[in-house]
Structures are given as structure tokens and as C-alpha cells.
Design a protein around this ligand. Structure first.
Ligand code: DMJ
Length: 625
């Protein structure tokens, strides 16, 4: 933990200084206009001239005395005005000067400074308490899993048993482990770590068919971050419980060696979707196709494994996928959601950032961030082109209240636009913000003139989209988002019911179709709130996260342990669905915990989160064999 001032306190100092400066000018001017002198001067023309001269002088001072931020483009100012007075441009200051009564700058006595600090401290302790609630939720989720489903992939919290929907590698154990490490829950780290040490090696060699993507992001990713966080590769060593870091790394390596069959069996650079662990064979999905997002969401994990083992083979095969994708034709950087491992070509024209498309875009950015020094500029180019394509072809505004959303092109760029947005698309807000500042705060990036026009456009879209994703929760009766939402837009009204919360301003903008009303405890919105909070430092993202967490607590907590998915977020009480997805522990609760905590924990300019929220360090101590 850093010993430096909490950033919120730094903000208070910064804001006060600026506020004082602006307010002094306002106070002087106001006094002139309200004193007797004013009446006398206005009664004669010389007086009028003098008053005008003074006002002109003051206005000139205010316009010319700008912060470094004002040297950035006009768009920066535009974004700045939304964030707060710090970033106000000169003209709006003059406007406020005439409209608002002056306020004296606060002058604190030593006692008052103490109480001001205690205000900040109270707020901080409130967030610590909220963070503790998330930790308690994690303990409750784990206890349900441990009591009724230990060693199975997932918990069925209502029937109190386990289910192996992900191939039987104990996916919840591995997905949850680094969250327990980050939260500092020694007992769970021990339980999960011991299970991995005792049971996972056999499962890796004996189990049957697993999906390459799911196993890579959840199990391989979980093992690798546990390796780092437990002190491997001189990592964080957040915790001293559980097995040695090498246990995690050995399992990761053995698993990856099996998974490589998906690459080596394929006639092209595009891997098959499934692997049979016990005989190291691989095959395509029944329709012969792989999902675009799946084949392009393996690289962070395999690159990191190559770095820490010193064996380049994992990185090589996985990076070939992206190198190959670079050569394929695209629509303004956007790609269809299917690709054939047989031909290496995209299949169909369906373009979307929801299921099967999502993390292709996420990994273009994140693999570039991870590998920045290694000739991968092409990934950033692909990312930027794609985001431009998103803004041009997929972004629209809803009616009547103007939510910005990202729709789909099910028949390609010449087909009809669909105003459908999966909850999965909500990852995009966080990715856009991360891509804009590369993990540092917006304030710092603006101060150092680091943001390009593209970055600013992307940051603006990130903030708009986060709002939409939050409103997808707020418009429902339960306060939880549906799996899919449709938006009314100019010239197109969608058929279907609303979310049920009639007091929401956006209830007429969003349509939720009966088949899409379920909630699987997904993380994408809270993931983006976490990233946006770290980057913009705007406390509203924390408040939104807290509202979402409270709704999860209210409607999905199961008394006997665990949390359930829901069949319908628009009715009360909501019908429950008998499944606790692994990502609730691996992602949703982790991001909420980090959102409410200290921003020096897993800093975004030093770590990159895989798509399942497993953090890997960007700078790696490479092992050479
Ligand atoms: C997770 O497994 C990952 O975040 C993936 O990229 C998308 N779907 C789920 C969570 O919703």
C-alpha cells in the first residue's frame, strides 16, 4: 500500500487553491458593483467608462490565466466541463461570473482543517465498510460453493450441489483464488490452493473435452495470476498461505501443454475450439467454426506463460492468430463473429461487440499494452481503426432521453442496423478508457498533454456508455440488468415491454424482451465502473457500483450459501436460476472490491487484467531456460 496521501485528499487541496483564485476575482468585482461607488460611477459617463474598463480587465485576466489543460484541444475542454470546475474554460467562467453570487473561498482554522480532514476520513471509512461488505459477499459465495460443490466447476445454489459445465477442472476454485488473495482471505486461499495442489494435476491429464477459450481465460488465467500474486517471479506476494507459487505455475504449464493441441492440430493459424485433455486431441465445434472472440482471447495468458517459463512456444502460436487476423479484410476495423480454422477466413457478416465478438477488441488493446516493446504496433493500429469503426457504424442515441448505445450489424455494413446491446458489450466502456490513458488518471494524462483526439473521443464514449450500462440496471424493477437490451431510436421503435421501474427517466428508451430478462451475475458493467473510477476519479462510478452491489445482495443472495442467477429482472420477487457462475467470484466481486478500495492496489498502468479479471504484471522478470 502506498503511504502517500489518498488521492481524494490531494484533490481537495488542488480544488481549493483554484477555487480560491477564481472566487477572489469574483468577490472583488461583486464588491465594486454593489457598493455606493457603483451608484456614483454609473451616474456619470467617466464612471461608466471606468467600471467597464475594470470589468474588461478582470475578464481578460480570467480568460488568459488558464491551467495547462487548456492547451489541449477543444474537445478536452468539452469533456472537462462535464467533470468539474477544474477544467472549466475561460468563457464559461465569465458566464458564471455574471450569473452566480460570489462565494468567499473557504478559510479553515486549524480546527476546521481537522474537521475537513475528518469529513474525508469519514468518506474513506464508509468506502472501507462497503468494501468489507463485498468481501463478506465473497466469503458467502465461497462457503456455498465449498459446502455443496467443492471441486466441481460451478455451484447450483438452490439444489445445493455442483455441476461440471466447463469440463470438470474445478473452475470455481481456480477462478476465485486470486480474488481471495487480493481480498487477503487466508483461509480461502489455503482451501483453494490445497485443492489445486492435490487434485488439479490429475484432472488436467485425465479429463475429457474442454473449451480452449473458457479454459484459458478462467483456469490458465487464474493459475497464472495466483502464481504472480503469491510471490512467483518476485511477484506481489500478497499472501503466504497455500502452496508455493511454483505449484500454480507447474499446473499452468501442464494445462497449456495440453491446450496447445488446438493450435497444432489446425491446418491454419486459427485454433480449433475444443481440446480433449486425456489424449491431447483437438477438434472444431460441430459447425466447423470458431468464435472470433475466442481465438483472439488467448494471447495475454500464453504470452505471460512464455515470459515466466522462458519457453517462447506458447506466445508464438497464440500471437500467430493475431498476426493472421491482421491480414484479413475488415469493415472499418470491425470483424464478423465467426472464423473458420479450416480456411482461416471469417465466416458470415454478423458484426457485434457482444457475444462471440467482444474480447477480440479488448485483447487488441491489452496485448498491445502487455507487449508494447515487441513490434506489436499493428495491434494498436487495429484497435484504433476498430474503435473508429464502432463510433461510425455502431454507436447511436436512444429516444426519448438520449442514451448512447452500441448496436449490431447482423447482416454486415449494408444490412439493417439492430438497436440490440448485450450486457457483454458493457466491457467496452472500460476498454475505451484504458486505451485512452493507458492506465494513468485522466488528470495526469491531460496535464502531460498525452491524449490524442482519438483518445478523447474514446474516453467520451467510455463515459457515455458506462452511463447507459448503469441505466440498464436502473430501469428494471430489481435494479439488475437484463442479459440483452433493445433501444428505441429515431425512426425505429422496438416492440416489447420496459424494465418495470417507472420512475426511471430512461424507462421508455429501453425495451427488454421476454427471452432476454435473465441476469447471470455478469461483471462487465462493474468492470467498466472500476476502470472509469480509477481513470476519471469521479466518485459517481463508485456510487453506481454500490447501487448494483446492493441489488445483487437483495435479489441473488441464497441463505444457505452462494448467489443465484435470475430468470427475470423485471418482476418481484424475481424467479431464481439455479447457477452461480464462476465469474461472479472471479470477476464481479473482485471488480467491486477494487472499485471501493485503494487505487494503488493492482494499478492499471502496471497490470493488465485478462478478460476473466485475472491480473498479470506488464513488466515481467523473464526466466531464461
Ligand atoms: C467471462 O467469462 C469473461 O468476461 C468473458 O470475456 C465474457 N463472458 C464472461 C462474463 O460475462
Amino acid at each position: 500500500m502506498s503511504k502517500s496521501l489518498p488521492y481524494s485528499m490531494k484533490d481537495v487541496h488542488y480544488d481549493n487553491a483554484k477555487f480560491r483564485q477564481r472566487s477572489c476575482l469574483k468577490v472583488i468585482t461583486q464588491n465594486l458593483l454593489t457598493s455606493n461607488m457603483k451608484r456614483d460611477y454609473i451616474s456619470c459617463s467617466t464612471g461608466k467608462f471606468l467600471v467597464l474598463l475594470m470589468i474588461g480587465g478582470l475578464a481578460y485576466l480570467m480568460l488568459t490565466h488558464t491551467s495547462p489543460i487548456h492547451s489541449v484541444s477543444g474537445l478536452a475542454k468539452d469533456i472537462g466541463t462535464k467533470v468539474g470546475d477544474n477544467l472549466m474554460d475561460g468563457s464559461s467562467r465569465v458566464g458564471k461570473f455574471w450569473r452566480k453570487p460570489p462565494r468567499l473561498p473557504p478559510r479553515f482554522s486549524p480546527d476546521e482543517i481537522g474537521s475537513n480532514n475528518s469529513y474525508v476520513q469519514n468518506a474513506a471509512s464508509e468506502w472501507r465498510a462497503r468494501q468489507q461488505s463485498v468481501k463478506n459477499a465473497f466469503i458467502h459465495a465461497w462457503s456455498g460453493y465449498k459446502n455443496y460443490a467443492m471441486g466441481h466447476d460451478e455451484l447450483m445454489p438452490l439444489s445445493r450441489r455442483g455441476v461440471d459445465g466447463l469440463g470438470g477442472l474445478g473452475a470455481t476454485v481456480v477462478d476465485a483464488l486470486d480474488t481471495a488473495m487480493i481480498m487477503g482471505i487466508d483461509e480461502i486461499v489455503s482451501e483453494a490452493g490445497s485443492w489445486i495442489e492435490m487434485h488439479l494435476p490429475e484432472r488436467i491429464s485425465q479429463k475429457g473435452q474442454v473449451n480452449l477459450f473458457e479454459t484459458t481465460i478462467r483456469v490458465l488465467g487464474g493459475l497464472l495470476s495466483a502464481y504472480h500474486l503469491s510471490g512467483g517471479e518476485q511477484g506481489k506476494n500478497l499472501i503466504h498461505k497455500g502452496p508455493k507459487p511454483t505449484v500454480y505455475l507447474t499446473n499452468a504449464r501442464n494445462l497449456a501443454d495440453q491446450l496447445l493441441a488446438a493450435f497444432t492440430s489446425s491446418p491454419t493459424a486459427i485454433p480449433f475450439s475444443d481440446v480433449v485433455l486425456r489424449d491431447r486431441s483437438a477438434h472444431a465445434a460441430p459447425d466447423g467454426l470458431s468464435s472470433t472472440s475466442e481465438v483472439s482471447t488467448l494471447q495475454l495468458e500464453l504470452n505471460y506463460l512464455s515470459s515466466v517459463t522462458g519457453d517462447p512456444k506458447y506466445s508464438k502460436v497464440s500471437m500467430k492468430v493475431l498476426e493472421h487476423m491482421k491480414t484479413l479484410p475488415k469493415v472499418e476495423g470491425l470483424v464478423p463473429i465467426y472464423i473458420s480454422p479450416h480456411s482461416g477466413e471469417f465466416s458470415g457478416e454478423n458484426i457485434r461487440l457482444g457475444s462471440r465478438g467482444d474480447s477480440y477488441y479488448e485483447y487488441l488493446l491489452k496485448v498491445w499494452l502487455q507487449q508494447r516493446d515487441n513490434n506489436v504496433k499493428y495491434l494498436h493500429d487495429m484497435y484504433e481503426e476498430a474503435m473508429k469503426g464502432v463510433r461510425h457504424l455502431l454507436v447511436r442515441k436512444s429516444i426519448p432521453s438520449g442514451l448512447v448505445f452500441v448496436g449490431e450489424l447482423p447482416s454486415g455494413p449494408n444490412g439493417v442496423f439492430s438497436p440490440k446491446m448485450d450486457h457483454l458489450v458493457c466491457f467496452l466502456s472500460g476498454t475505451l478508457a484504458l486505451g485512452a490513458t493507458k492506465g494513468i488518471t485522466k488528470k495526469e494524462a491531460l496535464k502531460n498533454n498525452l491524449l490524442t483526439f482519438e483518445d478523447l473521443e474514446n474516453l467520451k464514449l467510455a463515459e457515455d456508455l458506462a452511463k447507459t450500462c448503469f441505466e440498464m440496471y436502473s430501469v428494471t424493477t430489481t435494479g439488475l440488468a437484463p442479459e440483452i437490451a433493445y433501444f428505441n431510436m429515431e425512426g425505429h421503435s422496438e416492440e416489447g415491454p420496459d424494465g418495470g421501474n417507472k420512475s426511471s427517466k430512461y424507462v421508455r428508451d429501453i425495451i427488454i424482451k421476454p427471452a432476454d430478462r435473465h441476469n447471470l451475475l455478469r461483471p462487465e458493467t462493474v468492470e467498466s465502473l472500476f476502470v472509469l473510477y480509477r481513470i476519471t476519479e469521479d466518485p459517481k462510478y463508485r456510487e453506481w457500483g454500490w447501487a448494483i452491489f446492493k441489488a445483487f445482495e437483495k435479489h441473488t443472495k441464497v441463505d444457505s450459501g452462494g448467489y443465484s442467477s435470475l430468470d427475470d429482472v423485471t418482476t418481484l420477487p424475481p424467479q431464481r436460476r439455479d447457477k452461480m457462475e464462476t465469474f461472479f467470484l472471479g470477476e464481479t466481486l473482485k471488480y467491486l472490491y477494487l472499485l471501493f478500495g485503494d487505487n494503488t492496489v493492482i494499478p492499471l498502468d502496471e497490470f493488465v487484467f485478462n478478460t476473466e479479471a485475472h491480473p498479470f504484471p506488464i513488466k515481467v522478470t523473464t526466466k531464461t531456460e
